[in-house]
Design a protein around this ligand. Sequence first.
Ligand code: MLC
Ligand code: AMP
Length: 508
Amino acid sequence: MEGNANLYAVLAEGFPSDRHQVAIQTPEQAYSWNDIEAMSGRVASLLHALQLPAGSRVAVQVEKSPMALMLYLGTIRAGLVYLPLNTAYKASEVEYFLTDAEPAVIVCDSKNLGWVTDLAQKTGTPHVHTLDADGSGSLAAAAASASENFQTVQSQPDDLAAILYTSGTTGRSKGAMLSHRNLSSNAQVLKEYWGWHSDDVLLHMLPIFHVHGLFVASHGALLAGAKMIWLPKLDIDQALAYLPESTVMMGVPTYYVRLLADPRFTREVCRNMRLFISGSAPLLHETFNEFKDRTGHTILERYGMSETIMLTSNPYEADAGERLGGTVGRPLPGVSVRVVDENDEGVAVGTIGNVQVKGPNVFSGYWRMPEKTREEFTADGWFRTGDMGLFGGEGVPDDYLTIVGRSKDLIISGGYNVYPKEVELLIDALPGVNESAVIGVPDPDFGEAVVAVVVPKEGGTLDADAMLTALKQDLANFKVPKRIHFVPELVRNTMGKVQKNALRDQYK
Ligand code: MLC
Ligand code: AMP
């Protein structure tokens, strides 16, 4: 449809004219571009028939499958707001999202139907559907009798397309509101910047409940009319089997660390690859260098976040400059990035400061948190990323950004964000605990690993295993500390603040 700002309409402009070609290949089955249109059309028809008010949320906590992607695309086509949830989240975590977002529909795995139905009743979510990893469930059953011919709803650029929850430093998650414009502008910029074309084959192994797998990877292939090899998760055997027929792969650093750990990962396996992209967490120099030595490929590192999608990237084209390990490259076309001091004044090249950004990709605010939104934007509209960085520096061109740390207390483990406060609150609530500090320590596989330093109540002793079992009831596994250390007291500064840097040094 001409002039439709709906993200699906924008993506579909890139679909190939021959819609019989394979768009999605799983180990079991191939789906054509016609299938994408028909399956997403059926989901959209089904959702449309519910006659939900514009802007209604569709919350989704399901395993990755082609049908899960169709659910995403169908939601967008129907003009509704997609709200993906990490499959690792436990009932108490999901309850918060449902209470906060008040979705009209929730789609879950059938194994969770019991507790999700209870939560839906408690939080007033009227429609509950199931979708399992094999594509079966009540959603697919209902969609099968809905029409595949659905005219994508006409959307305005600023209409909401998705809400991505990103944990807050206070322990309360915030829903980043992303519009059709945010998503489509970023997809279009990345298509050009990374040289996507219809002959590409994307090896898609990332989860699709975060920006990286759902938007950056999927949109790239869809908009280019390129095929995706669609695997449910990172599996090194499968990655090695499919890499020879792939041209593009995206991953968090752990993906590259795990590939390199396997001696079967060779130059020969990568013979058709043109681009390896890394992001969501810092890629270590040693991974970057070892990868180059082993494969002859230079990983392209880029930087982004849920609130902004992609912000900066190392160059793709050889004549545009070198891909420099440890840096996240230049601001993408149309994106402005500045590094400022605590007064929001720009600092000189080579000086570390706070990273702030602006652009058509930057979200409009946090769902129902006007205060928080105001705090995170400057008066002149720059978004405070919470990351610390610098332009230039030794041996680095002045327009390349390097991320050196975060002003927000955040751990990134295997590409998943863990906010220490959330874990500390749960630990502190366990019997026998006086107080705790949760820190990230270097980990060869996950980059950072979550570790808890716990002070027992006076005269008491605690059992780490029992604490971990208790934590796993309410906390996604990736947030659960890999280790607990017991100490008589936590080191504090003169202001009474726990010195996490000292703890990080001690327990690294
Ligand atoms: C799984 N576990 C993790 C973990 N993933 N623990 C810490 N950190 C993680 N990331 C837990 C498991 O539940 C299990 O616990 C134990 O660790 C061992 O699991 P595993 O078998 O080694 O994990 P695996 O299933 O292989 O998953 C690891 C992974 C996965 C790296 C493949 O975490 C992953 O795909 N991460 C990608 C995250 C991502 O897409 N991030 C993008 C965010 S978007 P137990 O207790 O069961 O033994 C964003 C913006 C941007 O940040 O810029 O892109
Ligand atoms: P999320 O909130 O899950 O979207 O995570 C976004 C955060 O991931 C950013 O604010 C950064 O702290 C971090 N991040 C993303 N990409 C990179 C990168 N290439 N290098 C370092 N940190 C990154």
